[in-house]
Design a protein around this ligand. Structure first.
Ligand code: 3HC
Length: 294
């Protein structure tokens, strides 16, 4: 099956990035949000990214214009009814996601493939809210979407091979490298990444080393582009807390249990870069490690 028009649910950090790469690759793309202010914010980020690409000579002004002409923001789910593929990137809340999927299931034609960008929920828990379990899969992108090459394509016990083949082809067309994962909470990357990030918080809690030294350890010792605490601030501490809770519920293994420090930081509103404070304080000119009273 050929994908021509893509619908994206949510215009946050992930949704706006997904919409950008789809429109850039030539797909007509409609992004649905619940409030115009979220569309404006997400489209502002896309504008900045595209302008930077033009400045750097990686894109022509004409390409930028044509990308914009393919992008549309909407508050109405109805506007997604003729999409061939719909990628959901809303809050990590099964009830919210399923409400959207079951409404769209009634609006969209049989051919439309539904996909979720969930980080930790199982895809089958969403597919079950629709009558198209064979045309339902996971498409898990990574932050920042325009830069990160990987997409995990998640096959449930009910996803058809045709859906997987179409999604692999789509991922390649938007310049990504797809890998196939089973529908286990966390798929491949978060199954391994989340315990690592939580262990970094536990190391800090236990006084193993300072924030900067933990980060420098992994940056310089393992050649990671970011240390784990910087990466936590980048992903969002609230997001990580949610993911860890969902994975702990699923596996009941200690390595997925969110450490108390993470919970306290989320309660304090220290969500990382997006709130200005996390393991580092971003309110000044340069990020500085936070005094967490440890
Ligand atoms: N959006 C678009 N482009 C961006 C960007 C963003 N948010 N951030 C950086 N870039 C681009 C820059 O424009 C630059 O492009 P250019 O060289 O053509 O100008 C390029 O990326 C490199 O950026 P910088 O030189 O500013 O900075 P770095 O070299 O430090 O790279 C980084 C930034 C790509 C974010 C790098 O630090 C990195 O790879 N970090 C790790 C990211 C990671 O691990 N992501 C996965 C998170 S887990 C996840 O998403 C799963 C979820 O389920 C939790």
């Amino acid at each position: 099956m050929e994908i021509r028009k893509v619908g994206v649910l949510g215009c946050g950090l992930m949704g706006s990035g997904i919409a950008q790469v789809c429109a850039q690759a030539g797909y007509e793309t409609v992004v649905r949000e619940i409030d115009q202010k979220f569309i404006d914010k997400g489209f502002g980020v896309i504008e900045k990214n595209l302008s930077r690409a033009v400045e750097k000579g990686r894109m022509s002004s004409e390409e930028k214009e044509s990308t914009w002409s393919r992008l549309k923001g909407t508050l109405s789910l109805e506007d997604l009814k003729d999409c061939d593929l719909i990628i959901e990137a809303v809050v990590e809340d099964l009830k919210v996601k399923n409400e959207l999927f079951s409404q769209l299931d009634k609006l969209c034609p049989e051919r439309t493939i539904f996909a979720s960008n969930t980080s930790s929920l199982t895809i089958m828990a969403m597919a079950a809210s629709t009558q198209r379990q064979d045309r339902f899969c996971g498409l898990h992108f990574f932050n920042p979407v325009p830069v990160m090459k990987l997409v995990e394509v998640v096959k449930t016990i009910a996803t058809s091979q045709d859906t997987i083949d179409t999604c692999f082809d789509f991922c390649r067309k938007i310049g990504k490298i797809p890998i196939l994962a089973k529908d286990n909470s966390g798929f491949i990357v978060n199954l391994l990444l989340v315990p690592y990030l939580l262990d970094a918080i536990r190391a800090l809690e236990q006084g193993v080393a300072s924030i900067e030294d933990i980060d420098n350890g992994m940056k310089l010792g393992c050649n990671h582009p970011m240390g784990p605490l910087t990466l936590l601030d980048f992903v969002g501490l609230d997001t990580t807390y949610n993911i860890a809770n969902i994975m702990f519920e699923e596996y009941r293994e200690k390595r997925y249990a969110p450490p108390p420090l993470l919970r306290k930081m989320v309660l304090a509103g220290y969500y990382g870069r997006k709130s200005g404070k996390g393991f580092y304080d971003y309110t000044g000119e340069k990020p500085v490690p936070m005094d967490l009273g440890l």
